[in-house]
Ligand binder design. Sequence first.
Ligand code: AHG
Length: 336
Amino acid sequence: MNNNLLLEFLSEKYISLINNHQLFNLIKNIAISCKKISSILDKGNLNDIFGKNNKINVQGETQTKLDIIANDIIIHENNCIGSLSGLASEEMEAFYKIPDNYKTGDYLLLFDPLDGSSNIDVNISVGTIFSILKINRKINNKEIIINDFLQPGIKQIAAGYAIYGPQTNFVISLGKGVHNFTLNKETSEWILTNEFMKIPKYTNEFSINSSNSRYWDKCIYNYVQDCLKGSDGPLSKNYNMRWTGSMVADVHRIMTRGGIFLYPWDSRNPSIPGKLRLMYEANPMGFLVEQSGGIASNGSKRILEIVPKELHQRTSVILGSSDEVSKLLISYINTY
Ligand code: AHG
């Protein structure tokens, strides 16, 4: 195994990063935030951190104590480094503007501080997802506005996630491939363990919460039925199924060994396009999946081309191994 460290490796691979102190520092501090969150999670309820916070977030979901702790860590570690003009989080209703007494920078950080947080109490992997955008206009007096954040996913400068599981990994792309680093908890260093992650084109593993099957549209319903028929059905192969309830864990599995992940629109709440958040979950994961050779779609459109209308916009998500996702997308084209 090599001993490539996160920042050294990225600076060597992406020469422009060495001269871009703002972006370099931002990645450095996001990685520090993830180490801190990891170390808090390691102690579990020894720190009395499990359970609800008794507040409902902007998504209408009950926050856990750890949602708030992770959110505060990311803001605290990144707001005074001079790289950002604002942050937006799944856990905060409005975006966070860098306080007047701090230096501002050219970038915006969007994040889900603790994805899959309902899994914490039962010791299943959770994660932090982030997306970095650049402000695409000249701004005076630090006056960022909501429109600065509302950029489609193709505009992401970098995106990634940390997964807190049996190991803690930091997976990042700056737009030229995806790299995976593992936290050595003895030395507190992120060590490169997978350069240029590649999602296998073919898969026989699907990932969906099938308790919602009666609410799915007919394309999703028929596709999953075909998977269940296995080698006796039209897909002519047997499938395996996995669903953790943490997008980070399900996507990390797909990034590592392939698969298809689906959280589609369903008729439980027909006016909402899906459960997952475009800016904090679908865009960063879509960026990573495409950078690893996979496909990320909402059924009718590439996720990264969706032009957001609001910060907390939701979307349907179908992503993973290119051959498998393509098969399903063809049935969408033929049906609608
Ligand atoms: P949250 O960030 O609020 O914990 O939501 C988790 C997300 C995502 O990580 C996961 O794929 C999905 O919600 C699971 O939803 P279901 O419980 O509906 O299966």
